[in-house]
Write a protein that binds this ligand. Structure first.
Ligand code: ADE
Ligand code: ZN
Length: 323
């Protein structure tokens, strides 16, 4: 019975026009892509790190996950490596009938290991242009600052991003939230806005509602990534709904990373009912399931019907930064 329902929902979601707005490019690469890249670069097999990242997922350990995830980034050395990450994600997105993607990346992980950040941007951007055209999709990049690293580096990144506005539509804030409040980044966000970039930030994933207030009021974001902790503060929920700020939620990620106990307890539905513009996303699909998995599993756990799924998909397109 549940298998039947799952099949029916999967076919339904496959047919929906939808956008993916919260996906980290390094977390989209499956093991075979990492192996290909490691081999080409003459590096030892990445299988152990991939397995370790998967283990952190089963032990619901966000910090551990981000650690092994970062170790995998050491495999990336050339423009072609970044091109391949993007190309592999585009094929998967196209198979899921995702028409528009906004992809998170950062340059700090690479800059700090001596790689040219422009090479990172060019590899991703070139793949974006080529595969959007080949597959009839649209997409852009979101440059994430890493909240655990010095803000000075964020200014350097922003300087660089100005030369790549054909690809980079927004700036974001990622990495482990706990102990890294958003306020430090307020001036660099203001500068980004003045330069014409849209702004988003991870908040309320493992961080408290105060961090969500801060990205609303101090960073003045156009969208909030995750935002689940808002449910603890009814005034905050009402304010997000009033300002019509979309949330890019990632339900399976939240359960696998242990910030929500189960999909059944996920605040997604309660936020939707409170009038918040919620969207469903995969975060790191190689570890947390595809976008379609996220729609279907969330629908099954929270009893969302086809009309609600269709409205969520529509919100994803309306909440995108597509011109
Ligand atoms: N970067 C990749 N995955 C992330 C997550 N779940 N939270 C914050 N930063 C991330
Ligand atoms: Zn994320």
């Amino acid at each position: 019975m549940i298998q039947e329902r799952k099949k029916e929902l999967t076919a339904y979601v496959q047919g929906l026009e939808k956008a993916e707005l919260h996906i980290h490019i390094e977390g989209a690469a499956p093991a075979d892509v990492w192996s290909k890249i490691a081999k080409r670069n003459g590096l030892p097999s990445p299988n152990q790190d991939v397995a370790l990242a998967q283990r952190t997922v089963s032990s619901r350990d966000l910090a551990g996950f981000l650690g092994s995830y970062t170790r995998l980034t050491r495999m990336l050395l050339t423009e072609l490596d970044f091109y391949d990450l993007m190309y592999s994600y585009f094929l998967s997105a196209n198979q899921q009938n995702i028409g528009h993607v906004e992809v998170f990346f950062d340059t700090q992980s690479y800059r700090n290991f001596g790689l040219d950040p422009e090479m990172v941007i060019k590899g991703l951007g070139r793949a974006l242009d080529e595969w959007c055209q080949k597959l009839g999709m649209t997409g852009s990049l979101i440059l994430c600052f890493l909240r655990n690293l010095p803000v000075d580096q964020a200014y350097m990144d922003l300087e660089l991003a100005q030369n790549y506005k054909q690809w980079i539509v927004a700036v974001g804030l990622a990495a482990h939230e706990t102990g890294h409040p958003p306020t430090l980044f307020a001036p660099v966000y203001q500068k980004a806005r003045n330069l014409g970039f849209k702004t988003v930030a991870h908040a309320g994933e493992d961080g408290p509602p105060e961090y969500v207030w801060s990205v609303l009021n101090d960073l003045e974001v156009d969208r909030i990534d995750h935002g689940g902790a808002s449910i603890q503060d009814p005034k905050l929920v009402a304010e997000i709904a009033r300002r019509k700020i979309p949330l890019t939620m990632c339900p399976i990620s939240n359960v696998r990373m242990g910030v929500v106990q189960s999909l059944e307890l996920h605040p997604f539905r309660r936020l939707m009912q409170a009038g918040v513009r919620v969207t469903i996303n995969s975060d790191n699909p190689a570890y947390f399931g595809s976008l379609i998995d996220n729609y279907v599993d969330t629908a099954l756990a929270l009893d969302l019907g086809q009309d609600e799924l269709s409205a969520i998909a529509r919100t994803s397109i309306e909440a995108s930064f597509k011109q």
